[in-house]
Design a protein around this ligand. Structure first.
Ligand code: DGL
Length: 279
């Protein structure tokens, strides 16, 4: 399909490897309920967090092309792993070729821009998937904006599986939540701000709060990304005009539609109906 000259208004795309991006979609929808949204979870191939750069890039690229074909003019990578490993290549290599007027934005930059509003000590802990933490994207971006801050990244390889398998509220999850928090705070006891740098982690928030010392602020990304997107649309009226506005949301998954509908409804605390697609 030639995507180059099609400017028909369409939904804002929100992409994630699985269910995690629903926390980003919720933040955005709360702030801008009038827009149309298209959510795509690549549940069949989740988790992305332990996959190589090349694989995350190829999977994310396929998802973005599909969302463009389905009418999105603007796609948010509501996934830190995809933002860390695929965003730059898609923006620099792919967009000019396939759809120069469309845009793909990530979640890392807006989060980093907001982080200064939270910390007093300048000691920031970042929880993320092995992919996000090893990419060092957060440390590098924070150092650019706030050279004096001390950042410590903590890989949490078992938190996404706890969420994807709906174990996030069960007692067994406590062990792994406490374990990664303790490891992080042992590495830097001066941390006063803990960033949940993975869109799945807000679903573990109750347990993270329970095991985190009360003086540490926990930062989630949904509201931050939503405010940043609103600012972006205000600064880019030509893109705002290409967002359709009927207040609808469509949910797509690469896994079983029944499974996504059931688990997605649980996460969003309301009934949703998903559709299966192939990439
Ligand atoms: N939700 C994704 C993120 O924000 C990662 C989940 C996964 O490993 O697939 O990093």
């Amino acid at each position: 399909m030639n995507l180059k000259d099609i400017h028909t208004p369409g939904p804002i795309g929100v992409f994630d490897s699985g269910y995690g991006g629903l926390t980003i979609l919720e933040g955005i929808r709360k702030l801008m309920p009038g827009n149309d949204y298209l959510y795509l979870g690549d549940n069949a191939r989740a988790p992305y967090g332990t996959r190589s750069f090349e694989v995350v890039y190829q999977f994310t690229r396929q998802a973005v092309v599909k969302m463009f074909e389905l009418g999105c003019q603007l796609v948010i990578l509501g996934c830190n792993t995809a933002s860390a490993k695929a965003l730059r290549s898609i923006q620099q290599l792919d967009l000019p070729q396939i759809a120069p007027d469309r845009r793909v934005l990530g979640v890392i930059r807006p989060t980093v821009e907001a982080i200064g509003n939270y910390t007093r000590t300048g000691h920031i802990g970042i929880f993320g998937t092995p992919g996000t933490i090893r990419s060092e994207s957060y440390n590098i971006e924070i150092a650019k904006l706030y050279p004096d801050y001390v950042t410590t990244g903590q890989e949490c390889p078992l938190w996404v599986p706890l969420v994807e398998n709906r174990e996030f509220d069960n007692p067994g999850a406590d062990y792994f939540v406490e374990k990664y928090i303790d490891t992080l705070l042992h590495r830097d006891p001066l941390i006063d701000t803990a960033l949940l740098g993975c869109t799945h982690y807000p679903l573990l928030l109750r347990k993270i709060r329970k095991h985190m010392p009360p003086q540490v602020r926990i930062v989630t990304q949904g509201d931050i990304v939503a405010r940043s997107l609103r600012d972006y649309l205000e600064r880019h009226p030509e893109m705002a005009a290409r967002v359709s506005r009927n207040g609808s949301t469509e949910y797509l998954t690469t896994e079983s539609a029944e499974k996504f509908s059931e688990t997605g409804s649980l996460f969003l605390a309301k009934d949703i109906k998903a559709r299966t697609i192939t990439l």
